[in-house]
Design a protein around this ligand. Structure first.
Ligand code: ADP
Length: 408
């Protein structure tokens, strides 16, 4: 079975084609995609840069427009033409899976896309204004190119949808909850994949495990996962809540916003920009949103870079504590995404103070660029995994699991 994955960012479009054998093991080492495409619309004003990897070559193509449907159509042409050709015709694709950022209150699992599902994704646009429209454009582009091929929406919010009410509801007047102002949580595709993969690597069924997954990339969030279910997470109504991130503030006293509006005449757009684009590591350090530059700044004696790093760790540990309290114990701690996978110092500092749990980090393993490995000491009561974020594969898995009649 051939599954095409479309993963839309606000100014990027990724895609992967997987060929899955009938006996695929969904929990083992992820398979290599047959073909991978990525469009970046940030490098050249009004233009797109398309990069394709297939047949052991990498191809770069300049796109003359920043139109997403045009970009997707050009990208899919490379599946059937030229040096990156891996299919004779697009109709060889059996199913298309889309990462959809916001599934609202309705969806708690991957769902076959119908007109009703499209309407719900459109209805949720105010909650994910830069992502849900991109997802709809992707779905409609596939309809034009591939007709009525089965398409599946894999929601970033779905995994957290079954969180208990006490974790889901904000302590504001209850009517707002009924109107949809509640904690949704994000990065669910990644948190779920990591929990499954960690259980597999630990050789334990996920139904009996207490896991904290730390997704630390440009956006950062944690999930508390008990018996395979998310019971708490740090992101909320939007991906702004929770941890300090690259450019996002994470949680702050909401009265700050009221104060800025009243005393400094801030409007909604200015607050949005400040909290989403000018805060976090970038806002504190004044240097960069990138953890590598923060570490470089610290090595050169930059005090604000050190402050940004110390705050990042302080808030990360506070939230790990919160997840721990929700779980009432811990079997596995997982680090994933750009910072989680690559920054040994973040992992080391994040673990400090949790030794009382019987958690023992093996510093040599931690410093040896581990990937999909346990970096705890053999006698540690808590396993500590570093897992490669496999978002596209995680989407393909969800699609696969949805279809009982895959080969009929
Ligand atoms: P996204 O959340 O956009 O998917 P990633 O998961 O790729 O992003 O994470 C990107 C971030 O990972 C970068 O901004 C940077 O802070 C961090 N990062 C990447 N490589 C390293 C590294 N070697 N050391 C520390 N941080 C890194």
């Amino acid at each position: 079975m051939k599954i095409l994955v479309l993963n839309a960012g606000s100014s990027s479009q990724k895609s992967s084609l997987y060929q899955l054998p009938e006996d695929v093991d969904l929990y083992s080492q992820p398979p290599q995609p047959l073909w991978e495409g990525k469009i970046d619309w940030t490098l050249n004003q009004g233009l797109g840069t398309l990069e394709i990897e297939a047949n052991e070559i990498t191809l770069e193509i300049q796109l003359k427009s920043d139109d997403r449907p045009f970009g997707i159509s050009e990208m899919l042409k490379t599946l059937i033409e030229g040096k990156t050709k891996v299919l004779n015709k697009l109709s060889e694709i059996d199913l298309v899976g889309h990462r959809v950022v916001h599934g609202g209150a309705k969806y708690d699992r991957a769902t076959r896309i119908t007109e009703e599902v499209k309407a719900e994704i459109a209805r949720l646009i105010p909650l994910a204004p830069s992502h849900n429209p991109a997802n709809l454009q992707g779905i409609e582009a596939i309809e034009r190119l591939l007709g009525d091929i089965p398409q599946v929406a894999v929601f970033d919010t779905a995994f957290h949808n079954q969180m208990p009410d006490r974790a889901k509801i904000y302590p504001i007047p209850y009517d707002w909850f009924k109107k949809g102002i509640r904690r949704y949580g994000f990065h669910g595709i990644s948190h779920k994949y990591c929990a499954d993969r960690a259980a597999k690597l630990a050789d334990r069924p996920s139904e009996f495990l207490k896991i904290i997954t730390c997704h630390l990339g440009n956006g950062c969030s944690l999930a508390a996962i008990k018996d395979g279910k998310s019971i708490n997470t740090t992101m909320g109504f939007t991906p702004l809540e929770g941890l300090m991130m690259g450019t996002r503030s994470g949680s702050i006293d909401p009265a700050i916003l009221i104060y800025l509006m009243r005393e400094h005449n801030f409007n909604a757009d200015e607050l949005d920009k400040m909290l989403n684009q000018d805060s976090g590591l970038k806002g504190i350090s004044g240097l960069s949103n990138d953890m590598r530059s923060i570490r470089e700044g610290i090595s050169k004696g930059n005090a604000r870079a050190k402050l940004a790093f110390d705050m990042y760790i302080h808030r990360l540990k506070a939230s790990i504590g919160e997840m721990l309290a929700s779980l009432g114990g811990l079997d596995i701690l997982v680090f994933t995404a750009g910072i989680g996978e690559n920054s040994a110092i973040v992992r080391e500092k994040a673990c400090q103070g949790f030794e009382f749990l019987g958690l023992k980090l093996d510093r040599d393993k931690n410093n040896a660029a581990p990937l999909d490995e346990d970096i705890a000491m053999p006698d540690s009561k808590v396993k500590i995994f570093v897992l490669h974020a496999e978002e596209d594969w995680a989407i393909a898995r969800e699609c696969w699991q949805l279809l009982p009649d895959k080969f009929e």
